[in-house]
Design a protein around this ligand. Structure first.
Ligand code: HEM
Length: 493
């Protein structure tokens, strides 16, 4: 097709909206290079020569387009086809949420899928397309299991947080700093196990004791290694590339760890598994799904997300901390405690959580395969994508789209207060718009509201206890490293 013929672009969602304006139809710029060598070159640019953000930034500038073709890691020999069409703006990105137009089968990790040995031989919910009947059964089951535990969310999380804060305070007073990531891993694992356990078992009382986070982290690493770089200066790039990105990690590395995790859930979550059997899911399959949900989706998400939240709030400084203290303490006092209704009344706290999710989405990649020939539109142009092509959205660019957000690179705590709420439709962290709900027909995180709730509770607990705090930040395999350097205890109520 010519690069200037007009196209009637498709609306990003199926809701009724005014007829779309005519946009010029552009050929998607970019190419995949020579077979084998092109993907390897892109992989080296992505991990070593440029780094993730620069990889996308330079190509976006070169092609003067937020939509272009490139290869995504890992490529040879792990993924059979690394060719993707990249989407980097807030408008085109939403096609990835439209499951009538994109297929979400086996695309959770992108252009490759780890062996099902990591999940007991089952394709677990997150790898299923909504058109597969099993997705409906499993997702409905998760949505109802979470709803049934609604009353546990706040008290359970406050209890696990209280242990975390004691440890943070000990670290700061004894060693002058506290490793927030390590304490957050422990807290997140304890929360997830207790949430699904029959009697709120304390994880230390189970067979794996305090080893849980380490076991899950190893298991996660083996599945996600093809997407990671260790950033170790003493290991030559080609060697790391060979070890992490060229062949899949065998499940045998973590077989015994996985067995232990499986047993913890098999023995502590019997009521959840009984319920699964009642709705027609085999007990073993339900338990493998539960381990994945708890270990990959929930623990993996919390491991990346809470340090990011604390990083951004910590870095925002004393003025924002004082405003949060004022709001949180006043509302908790007037509402008589930390309740759903109290949390709902905290406009600034809510906005701060959304702003951190916007600026630093914890799961930055989304993939989907075109189910049909289609046209997607950006702000300025329309692009034709062919059936079967892999579409990839890099979310940190889409949620920092300067055509949607003012000062997109800046953390603006008040961004979503009042009228600002209208922009929530461009916050995509949950694999869907913040104004939409997870259903069996879509791939939006079933814990979307839970994650937002827990994030608010974390800030509330922080600013009930402390007036302000400072952090030192760095990078880790999965997100940011955060060290708490100082805490000022609450001086007023
Ligand atoms: C901060 C924590 C979390 C983050 C950042 C997060 C993020 C996400 C994202 C981005 C997806 C979509 C993945 C994709 O298909 O591209 C997803 C899916 C999913 N999440 Fe979450 N999540 C979190 C916590 C949780 C928790 C606590 C649970 C359950 C207790 C959960 C259960 C799931 C499940 C089952 C799916 C698959 C949904 C489907 O297949 O339709 N997540 N999550």
């Amino acid at each position: 097709m010519s690069s200037s013929s007009p196209a009637n672009h498709q609306p990003p969602s199926r809701t009724s909206s005014p007829p779309p304006p005519q946009l010029p139809l552009h050929k998607i710029p970019g190419d995949y290079g020579l077979p084998f060598f092109g993907p390897i070159k892109d992989r080296f640019d992505y991990f070593y020569n440029q780094g993730r953000d620069k990889f996308f930034q330079t190509r976006m500038q070169k092609y003067n387009s937020t939509v272009f073709r490139t290869n995504m890691p890992p490529g040879p020999f792990i993924s059979s086809n690394p060719n993707v069409v990249v989407l980097l703006d807030a408008v085109t990105f939403s096609v990835l949420f439209d499951t009538s137009r994109v297929e979400k089968r086996n695309v959770l990790d992108g252009t490759y899928m780890p062996s099902t040995s990591f999940t007991g031989g089952h394709r677990v919910c997150a790898y299923l397309d909504p058109s597969e009947p099993k997705h409906t059964i499993l997702k409905r089951f998760f949505l109802s299991s979470l709803a049934a535990r609604h009353d546990k969310f706040i008290p359970l999380f406050r209890t696990t947080l209280s242990d975390l804060f004691i440890a943070v305070e000990d670290g700061v007073s004894e060693k002058g700093e506290a490793d927030f990531n390590a304490l957050n891993d422990k807290m997140s694992f304890a929360f997830v196990v207790s949430l699904f356990s029959d009697q709120n078992e304390n994880i230390s009382g189970t067979k794996i004791g305090d080893e849980g986070p380490k076991l899950v982290t190893k298991w996660l690493f083996c599945q996600l290694a093809p997407l990671m770089t260790l950033g170790l200066s003493m290991v030559p790039n080609f060697l790391e590339d060979l070890l992490l990105h060229t062949f899949p990690m065998p499940f045998s590395f973590v077989k015994s760890d996985y067995r232990k995790l499986y047993e913890v859930f098999y023995t502590t979550a019997t009521a959840v598994l009984d319920e699964a059997e009642r709705v027609g899911i085999g007990r073993a399959e339900a338990c493998h799904n539960l381990v994945f949900l708890a270990g990959f989706n929930a623990y993996g998400g919390m491991k990346a997300w809470f340090p990011a939240l604390i990083k951004w709030v910590g870095g925002a400084g004393e003025e924002l901390h004082r405003q949060l203290c004022d709001e949180i303490r006043a509302v908790v006092k007037s509402e008589g405690g930390v309740t759903f209704s109290a949390l709902n009344k905290m406009g600034l706290t809510k906005s701060v959580v959304y702003e951190a999710l916007r600026i630093d989405p914890p799961v930055p990649f989304q993939y989907g395969k075109a189910k049909e020939d289609m046209v997607v539109r950006s702000h300025d142009a329309a692009y034709e994508i062919k059936k079967g092509e892999m579409i990839f959205g890099y979310q940190p660019f889409a949620t920092k789209d300067p055509r949607v957000f003012d000062n997109p690179e800046e953390f603006v705590g008040h961004r979503f207060v009042g009228e600002g709420e209208k922009l929530l439709k461009y916050v995509y962290w949950s694999n869907g718009r913040e104004i939409d709900d997870p259903t069996v027909e879509n791939k939006q995180c079933p814990a979307k509201d839970l994650v937002v709730l827990l994030s608010r509770v974390m800030l509330v607990e922080f600013f009930l206890r402390y007036d302000t705090f400072t952090v030192e930040v760095g990078t880790l395999l999965l997100g940011s490293s955060v060290t708490i350097k100082s805490l000022t205890k609450a001086s007023y109520t």
